[in-house]
Design a binder for this molecule. Structure first.
Ligand code: RIB
Length: 292
């Protein structure tokens, strides 16, 4: 039986310009190309998990515009249950303006309908959360909705993976409700500036480190580095999302933590070989055939 995962999060259309270098403040430069891609941390993670064989339900919101309609169709094509993705009248869908240059990126997200995801939406999805093997949530939707996800999952005894991206402060009591926390290095630093003892309160912190792989920080402070095989990098957008979608799939399937990190590393390394957040996300056989 496939792992049953609920992803609560953002849905964005990514408007991507490639350029030889990043512009400085106040500067205009000429771009080299423009593409529209499906994106948003929530939807990216949902697609990553679905491609790896999980049965995925998405909870989120799109606007009543062409991007929203196109995105719902896309999620269904990926085999994702969209029953709990609301269409908000008179709002735009979330949009991310992305500059890709020298294998790196800069992103500005305008939330649109993502900003309306509320604790009531989570309450309406309670039965989904109850039946799931794992819930995956990020911080690109309003904090009260994220806190309700953590609360509800705890009540329903469903493990939650909290990807604190982009970093936003939660009420301190909520961090400890996450079964797994998956910041990147910058988010982990931000988290430690606000809550210096955060790692002491969490069982499983997994820090994603790009080309260096991932680190598991255990409650006793010890660190295990899980390296990744270097990839032919074309676009790192969505690499962290692929890691999270794959990690959630592995955890929901019952893989031990280190094996789950190796699996997620491999998926993430494959994803950066193509442009766009979701284009390079692998299917299961690609990850399994890769030399971990
Ligand atoms: O993590 C990458 C994603 O961040 C992009 O797809 C963009 O939509 C932003 O949400």
């Amino acid at each position: 039986m496939p792992a049953n995962i609920v992803v609560v999060g953002s849905i964005n259309m990514d408007l991507v310009t490639t350029a030889e270098r990043m512009p400085s403040r106040g500067e205009t430069i000429l771009g080299e190309g423009f593409h529209t891609y499906f994106g948003g941390k929530g939807a990216n993670q949902a697609v990553a998990a679905a491609r790896l064989g999980a049965q995925v339900s998405m909870v989120g919101a799109v606007g009543s515009d062409a991007f929203g309609t196109e995105y719902l169709e896309h999620l269904r094509t990926e085999g994702i249950n969209t029953e709990h993705v609301r269409t908000r009248t008179d709002l735009s869908s979330g949009v991310a303006v992305i500059i890709v240059s020298e294998g790196d990126n800069c992103i500005i997200v305008t939330p649109g309908a993502n900003a309306t995801v509320s604790p009531d939406d989570i309450e309406e999805s309670r039965s989904l959360l109850r039946e799931a093997d794992a819930v995956l949530v990020q911080l690109e939707i309003p904090v009260p909705a994220v806190e309700r996800v953590l609360q509800t999952a705890e009540e329903e005894q469903t493990p939650v993976i909290l990807n604190p991206a982009p970093m936003q402060p939660l009420s301190p009591a909520y961090w400890g409700k996450a079964s797994y926390l998956t910041p990147n290095e910058r988010e982990f630093e931000q988290l430690r500036e606000t809550y210096p003892t955060i790692a002491d309160h969490l069982e499983n912190v997994v820090i994603t480190k790009g080309a260096e792989g991932a680190s598991i920080i255990r409650a006793d402070g010890s660190e295990a580095v899980i390296p990744v095989r270097t990839a032919d990098v074309r676009d790192t957008t969505g690499a962290g999302d692929t890691f999270n979608g794959a990690f959630a799939t592995a955890v929901a399937e019952g893989m031990p933590l280190e094996e789950a990190c190796r699996f997620a590393n491999a998926a993430s390394a494959l994803s950066v070989e193509k442009e766009g957040a979701q284009t390079g996300m692998p299917v299961r056989s690609q990850v399994e055939n890769r030399d971990l």
